[in-house]
Write a protein that binds this ligand. Structure first.
Ligand code: GSH
Length: 215
């Protein structure tokens, strides 16, 4: 049965956005229904007064639920884990660790998203790329080492730490960063891809407003 309308998650996002993919992947893996509202980044819809009233930073994603508005993809993942109980690690220490990884990824894996942005959407001086590419590679190397001998980043199951880190790096091939260079990362990505409900961004995020009802 569908939840009451006010209980339904409303996610604002764009199909080219790794930040949108993160909460979207959570909802897909958790098999939760939600309403998707597209924000066209190409036409600058993220800077329209209506959207700025939802997200002051003029960025996607944003989530509305039960009268609340949440922005910043990692805050949204934190919220989704809290209200649904899904993808929350088991112990309190691990739950804090998952949030620690989310904070880290916003500092470090963001460089992967930057290099992809410069490769795909906005050409920059070679010196800018030369600055950010090693930072992206260092972030991927750090996570690769952390995953050696482990199935998941925190605890024994997939958590918001995995969804957040994977989600931000998902377009890495568009930045010329081949995951095969980091064997533990590649093995972990295969485990993620095997989870029921998993999909890659271009298969998952609609280009138009849509009501999503998992099968
Ligand atoms: N720290 C933010 C980053 C969000 C972000 O960078 N969103 C991009 C798309 S991935 C965006 O909306 N860009 C449009 C713009 O900045 O004009 C988060 O994690 O939610």
């Amino acid at each position: 049965m569908l939840p009451l309308m006010e209980d339904r998650f409303i996610l604002y996002g764009s199909f080219t956005s790794s930040s949108t993919y993160k909460p979207m992947l959570f909802l897909a893996l958790a098999r939760l229904p939600f309403s998707f509202r597209t924000v066209n980044l190409k036409t600058g819809a993220q800077r329209s007064p209506d959207y700025l009233a939802i997200n002051r930073y003029g960025q996607v994603p944003a989530l509305r639920h039960r009268g609340l508005t949440l922005v910043q993809s990692n805050v949204i993942l934190d919220y989704l884990a809290r209200v649904t109980g899904r993808f929350e690690p088991e112990t309190e220490q691990e739950r804090w660790q998952a949030r620690e990884w989310l904070s880290w990824e916003a500092d470090a894996i963001t460089n992967v998203a930057r290099v992809r942005h410069f490769s795909r959407f906005r050409a920059v001086e070679p010196s800018v790329m030369a600055h950010f590419r090693p930072l992206a590679e260092a972030a991927l190397g750090f996570l690769d080492r952390a995953l050696e001998g482990r199935q998941w980043i925190v605890g024994e199951a997939c958590s918001i730490a995995d969804i957040g880190c994977w989600g931000r790096m998902v377009f890495m091939a568009e930045a010329g960063l081949e995951i095969a260079a980091w064997p533990a990362l590649e093995a972990w990505s295969r485990r993620l891809k095997a989870l029921p409900g998993f999909a890659l961004p271009y298969d998952l995020i609609p280009k138009k407003d849509q009501e999503i009802v998992p099968a």
